[in-house]
Design a protein around this ligand. Structure first.
Ligand SMILES: [Zn+2]
Length: 342
């Protein structure tokens, strides 16, 4: 098969289209012909190298896959060759206490496609059958590939962790990012009022189209002051954090009394400043969230299939142009997902 392979950490230039042996599905596994694979920030981190994380080279990136079942190691009820599917990005042992409690992403053997194991920048990928989600007719491969990782992340953050409720005010940073656009929609689905930020007026307009009630330009406006103005000085009940160092302090200042901050990432750096006096006097809750469980994605998926949640695809490029896709993502000029077509 053809695959975009990295043999060393580095810039986009380390992405090389190569011929590679076809993966062979093991017991309980499925071989999937990749039709579309969406990019995530995790691809950039994995390509560039993360401290303390080792990648076995050659490595194939790509967390978010949609395609067709190409082969099954043995017959599995409900799955057949040619079936249109999308894949859960996380694999886990399925037997430990965490897995059985539905806390897959806390399993000691939790592995993400394209991060710790080979992913979808290829014509074929293998994964456990439990990661396969059949696609209804009418859902395209490209829009499906753009769904799993960011909606799983946003669903766990808002629904499972922050327990967002009808009528609450939710601040979503960087609504043009994958997690941001998912979070805007999930918060709206649960009846929240969403204040979304973005760095350009064009992105703010797109955020409104996704359902954001209020939008704030985080490059030109004082986000905390705007939040206070828009909430009658109360602050927001929930902040969706994924930016990190650049926004963390403002996220805490934007919270209402007993507000909840939920974070899934630190794109701009891991050392946010926390004024502890605010944490106790306003009785804040700060919580982390990492990926999500298979059941959470199965909870979210029907809303996508019914078009209550929408993916936004910024651009689709052929697999051979993975390098250009990474450069586009690094330039941060996109709104929505960048998808590779295999
Ligand atoms: Zn487990």
């Amino acid at each position: 098969m053809k695959a975009v392979v990295i043999r060393a950490h580095g810039g986009p230039e380390v992405l090389r289209l190569e011929e590679m042996a076809d993966p062979v599905p093991g017991p309980g596994e499925v071989l999937v012909r990749v039709r579309a694979c969406a990019l995530n920030h995790l691809d950039l981190w994995t390509r560039g190298g993360l401290p303390g994380r080792t990648v076995a080279f050659p490595h194939v990136l790509g967390n978010d896959v949609a395609g067709e079942v190409a082969a099954l190691e043995s017959p599995i009820e409900g799955l057949f060759v040619g079936q249109r599917v999308m894949l859960q990005p996380g694999t886990s042992c399925g037997r430990c206490r965490e897995c059985l409690a539905g806390e897959d992403s806390s399993c000691r053997q939790y592995r993400i496609l394209g991060y710790q194991i080979h992913g979808g920048y290829a014509e074929l990928v293998r994964c456990p059958a439990s990661n396969v989600i059949p696609l209804p007719d009418g859902i395209g491969f490209e829009e499906a590939a753009a769904f799993p990782l960011v909606f799983l992340t946003a669903w766990r953050m808002l629904v499972t962790r922050a327990r967002v409720r009808l009528g609450e005010d939710v601040l979503v940073w960087a609504a043009g990012s994958g997690v941001g656009m998912a979070a805007v929609q999930v918060a709206k689905l649960f009846g929240a009022r969403v204040i979304a930020t973005a760095g350009t007026d064009a992105k703010l307009e797109r955020a409104r189209q996704l359902g954001a009630d209020e939008v704030v330009n985080h490059r030109t406006a004082d986000v905390v002051a705007e939040v206070r103005r828009l909430t009658g000085r109360k602050g927001v009940d929930v902040v969706v954090e994924h930016v990190g160092e650049a926004t963390w302090e403002r996220s805490i200042l934007a919270l209402a009394h007993r507000g909840r901050l939920v974070t899934c990432g630190a794109t701009t750096g891991p050392n946010g400043k926390t004024e502890l006096r605010y944490v106790f006097s306003k009785q804040l809750t700060l919580m982390g969230s990492y990926m999500g469980s298979k059941s959470e994605l199965l909870e979210a998926a029907p809303h996508f299939f019914a078009r209550r949640l929408r993916t936004v695809v910024h651009a689709t490029l052929p697999l051979a142009e993975a390098r250009r896709a990474h450069e586009t993502m690094e330039a941060s000029a996109h709104f929505g997902k960048i998808v590779l077509r295999a």
